[in-house]
Design a protein around this ligand. Structure first.
Ligand SMILES: Cc1cc2nc3c(=O)[nH]c(=O)nc-3n(C[C@H](O)[C@H](O)[C@H](O)COP(=O)(O)OP(=O)(O)OC[C@H]3O[C@@H](n4cnc5c(N)ncnc54)[C@H](O)[C@@H]3O)c2cc1C
Length: 376
């Protein structure tokens, strides 16, 4: 049996562990803290236009795998159901498929596309609600959410017959905010309607009740983080040991974790997989960091002034991999043959865009499977 160590505690690391276990490996996941996964809104975007990505984005992590659309689709057809099954076992039911998208409203009534959503969000798909009566439940004690404005937005933007109703949760702290609702029982409404939109975080929703998507901090992200965090070792990897082109162990708080292969799923700036100093760098192994296919270390890829004003461009910066997800050094070589990289630490794509979860899920899944085969 091969042994795989995964570094990271987000969705990419979770999928890497799933993929490696699917191949029969013994897996240890080392995670220092929650990352960007814990902040997501509740709307998992997998991929919108796979053919378009492969045709026009050569540095996109999915293009760099050099697999055609049929093979990538097949991998997604396996990875997504495996993920949904694992999440359900870990206490979070998520619904949907990567092949279709719905639109779901956030707490302000604005729509976000998603392929996968928690089962508690799914009944709020906006096209299904058009023309129907929906009660938007407010909580009188909460100051940063206004059910009346949300209902107005749902009516004006999505043609829903939305009406607000204020309920009360008297034991909330003074000046309560949305996050104070987390884990509390959903209040009952007086009005009757087939659909009831609740702010996120409440439990025991009544029949017809669904949750809106979150802004940050996110109850949906926190629930997901709790599910994927089960079974991880809470520690920070600070060093690696290697022999020639192979990593032999990673070191976390003076303990060495030996393995046949390693998956780096340390996230982007929020997770800590990349550090923004004068120039962005990868702190653990000093791997190459690229923008638009060019290494930052040569200075050739310094962003133009205007691009600094648009943070979305910054988020295209990250590691580059070969077609087996081995990360490259700045000179384009594969430095460690048993190291794989997955998730938001990779560059070349819109980090919070139409593949926001698709890249971490698929690269994580493949990195885990390939890492597991490494040690056989
Ligand atoms: C505010 C916000 C909202 C978003 N909303 C959406 C959305 O609604 N839909 C969508 O599709 N996408 C969304 N995204 C994007 C999506 O959340 C991320 O792309 C995805 O969660 C990245 O997952 P990851 O596992 O690669 O990284 P992360 O979740 O950041 O995980 C990285 C992990 O690595 C760990 N780590 C780092 N260094 C070490 C170390 N040395 N030792 C041990 N552990 C380490 C970190 O502690 C962390 O646990 C959003 C992003 C943000 C920031």
């Amino acid at each position: 049996m091969s042994r795989v160590v995964v570094i990271g505690g987000g969705i990419a690391a979770y999928c890497a562990a799933l993929g490696a276990r699917r191949e029969g490996a013994e897996v240890v996941v080392l995670a220092k803290a929650p990352g960007a996964t814990a902040l997501y809104s509740g709307a998992m975007e997998i991929v919108d236009d796979l053919d378009g990505v492969l045709k026009s984005e050569p540095n996109h992590p999915l293009s760099r795998l050099k697999l055609d659309a049929v093979r990538l689709s097949t991998e997604l057809d396996t990875a997504i159901p495996a993920l949904l099954l694992a999440l359900e076992k870990d206490g979070l039911k998520v619904e949907g498929t990567w092949r279709s998208r719905g639109n779901y409203a956030d707490v302000h009534g604005l729509a976000r596309p998603a392929n996968l959503v928690p089962a508690t969000v799914a009944p709020g798909e906006l096209r299904r609600l058009a023309g129907r009566r929906v009660i938007v439940v407010g909580v009188r004690e909460v100051g940063d959410y206004d059910a009346a404005s949300t209902a107005q937005a749902l009516t004006e933007l999505h043609s829903i017959e939305a009406q607000p109703e204020e309920a009360s949760i008297p034991d909330l702290p003074v000046g309560a905010s949305l996050t104070d609702l987390y884990g509390r029982r959903a209040p009952q409404t007086r009005a009757r309607a087939a659909a009831l939109a609740y702010p996120p975080g409440l439990t025991n929703l009544p029949d017809g009740g669904f949750e809106l998507l979150s802004s940050t901090p996110s109850p949906h992200g926190w629930r997901l983080q709790q599910a994927i965090g089960l079974g991880t070792v809470r520690t920070e990897v600070s060093d690696v040991q290697s022999a020639g082109p192979r990593i032999t162990a990673v070191v976390a708080v003076e303990k060495a974790y030996r393995a046949d292969a390693f998956v780096l799923a340390t996230g982007h700036h929020i997770g800590g997989g990349l550090l923004k100093e004068h120039r962005v760098r990868e702190p653990l192994l000093g791997l190459g960091v690229f923008h638009d296919g060019k290494p930052l270390s040569t200075g050739a890829a310094r962003l133009q002034h205007a691009e600094y004003l648009d943070p979305a461009e910054q988020f295209h910066t990250g590691l580059l991999t070969d077609e087996r997800l081995h990360p490259l050094a700045a000179d384009g070589r594969v430095e460690y043959e048993n190291l794989y990289a997955a998730g938001a630490v990779l560059g070349g794509y819109a980090y919070a865009g139409p593949c926001g979860f698709g890249v971490p899920i698929l690269t994580g899944w493949l990195a885990g499977r390939w890492a597991a085969r490494d040690g056989r």
